[in-house]
Design a protein around this ligand. Structure first.
Ligand code: C2O
Ligand code: CU
Length: 496
């Protein structure tokens, strides 16, 4: 591929460009959309107050299979109207009429069969983010399958080999289609895991950009500046609800399974006077629980956290979204926002079962003999247009990285841009070896399996990945979907 003609770094234009970006945010509205009827109700907890999660209970998919080892679900993507503001019907895109789409529950080793019906006016697919499935089921048009045309169907069928929280979204015009409401969670449960970690709730975190008329902002709002910064919606959603109320029994542990499904927004969450105990991330449990004051999720990432709300019965704790510095201007005049409210109930406090000191063992990948790949996350202006890429090459124009089954590779990812990029690899988990921001190395986190990891602004991130028995073409890209669509995406060809 030819080098871009103008190599002018985007950073030179940033102050001017970003000055015109509206970073102002409106206060959280107290409304919540009625959404669609749940396909099924989530199991209630005996320990929490009645209806404790009613306000934010996820809509669940209906499993029509009678075979205990098979989960069979239908997902119909279609335009829908949801009332986010009283009296205003916002036109969104949804799976089965709800945003987020229904939560799919499976057990490790189950076969998941999803009939995807496309009733959108444009092509789409479903990508199963984080699931170690065959390349043919990965939902990438051109590599895995042809795109599913309007009015057509496609059947996805794969085994879920790993426990954890995963999610699904289109891989066609992802920024627009995800931004319009197409995303949902897939929870793979492990019947062997320790009992009673806490009363569990899946929370899909996202945002949405509503114009004054109550309709979604156009997907290209702000032009190239919008793409470079990434488009954040001013309305924060938890399972599609604005500032929902979660009832909590004081002292009783809750387990939150979080996924960040927004197209650009990082979620850094904090609960006044409380710390989180994080027990897992993208690829299941950590080796041991760690205590974190704040939990950060880049777009695409998941977190499995325990929280034990405490306080006076009747009092309220705000769950806050706290601005996260992901680069130029991302914290400038950005106020904190309320994400949800925890209301403490009157029920007598309880004590919780002790937490296991160890949750699992993760074998550290061996860098000795690993094949090294150097990747630079780049951004240039070509004939006045923003072009993002990897090693200067935009999506689809370069050669795929080569890999062999059984091989371990060390990827050194260097970020040449003044914005952080959440780097996502399809189909495989990796271990982050090191990370640095512009000031220097960052402290190492716990050993964990990730499929998405942050590369700080003007920083670096190195990862180790071992390629198992699933040949084919796999994508890697920035999970700020505006960046992926602007070209920050590459391919890996895994062969025998
Ligand atoms: Cu969730 Cu290719 O991404
Ligand atoms: Cu990016």
């Amino acid at each position: 591929m030819k080098q871009a003609e103008s190599q002018k770094p985007m950073a030179a234009n940033l102050p001017l460009i970003l000055f015109s970006l509206s970073l102002a945010c409106s206060p959280p509205a107290e409304t919540r959309p009625p959404g669609a009827k749940p396909d099924a109700a989530a199991p209630a907890s005996a320990q929490q107050p009645d209806g404790w999660e009613r306000d934010l209970r996820p809509v669940e998919a209906t499993n029509v299979s009678t075979d205990p080892g098979i989960v069979r679900v239908r997902l119909r993507a279609a335009p829908t109207e949801i009332e986010y503001t009283p009296g205003v019907k916002t036109r969104v895109w949804s799976y089965n009429g709800s945003v987020p789409g229904p939560l799919i529950r499976a057990k490790v080793g189950d076969r998941v069969i999803v009939t995807f019906v496309n009733e959108l006016p444009e092509e789409s697919t479903i990508h199963w983010h984080g699931v170690r499935l065959p390349a043919a089921m990965d939902g990438v048009p051109g590599h895995s399958q042809p795109p599913v045309a309007p009015g057509e169907e496609f059947q996805y069928a794969f085994v879920v080999p790993d426990p954890g929280l995963f999610w699904y979204h289109p891989h066609v015009q992802s920024a627009k289609q995800v931004g319009d409401g197409l995303y949902g969670a897939l929870l793979v449960e492990d019947p062997q895991e320790p009992q009673d970690l806490g009363d569990e709730l899946v929370m899909v975190l996202s945002d949405m950009s509503l114009q004054p008329d109550g309709q979604l902002s156009p997907p290209d709002t702000g032009g190239d500046t919008g793409s470079l910064f990434g488009r954040e919606g001013e309305r924060l959603l938890v399972n599609g609800r604005t500032n929902p109320v979660l009832l909590a029994r004081p002292g009783r542990r809750q387990r939150w399974r979080l996924v960040n499904a927004s197209r650009t927004r990082y979620f850094q969450i904090a609960l006044e006077g409380h710390a989180f105990t994080r027990i897992g991330s993208d690829g299941g449990f950590l080796e041991a629980p760690i205590v974190e004051e704040r939990v950060v999720l880049t777009p695409g990432q998941r977190a499995d956290v325990l929280v034990t709300p405490r306080g006076e019965p009747g009092s309220e704790l705000p769950l806050r979204w706290v601005p996260y510095d992901r680069g130029y201007g991302s914290t400038f005049k950005v106020p904190e926002k309320r994400l949800a409210t925890i209301r403490l109930s009157e029920r007598a406090p309880v004590t919780n079962a002790p937490l296991p000191a160890r949750l699992r063992t993760i074998a550290r990948l061996d860098p000795a003999g690993a094949t090294v790949q150097d990747l630079r996350l780049t951004s240039t202006v070509v004939q006045g247009k923003l072009v993002m890429g990897i090693n200067g090459i935009p999506a689809g124009q370069g050669q795929p990285l080569p890999a062999r089954i059984g091989q371990t590779q060390l990827w050194n990812v260097t970020n040449e841009i003044e914005f952080a990029h959440p780097f996502h690899l399809h189909g495989f988990f990796f271990q982050v070896v090191s990370a640095a921001n512009a000031q220097g190395p960052l402290p190492a986190g716990p050993l964990e399996w990730r499929d998405t990891a942050d590369v700080p602004a003007l920083g670096k991130m190195s990862l180790l990945v071992r390629f198992d028995e699933r040949p084919g073409m796999w994508m890697f890209h920035c999970h700020i979907l505006d960046h992926a669509d602007a070209g920050m995406m590459g391919e890996l060809l895994l062969e025998r």
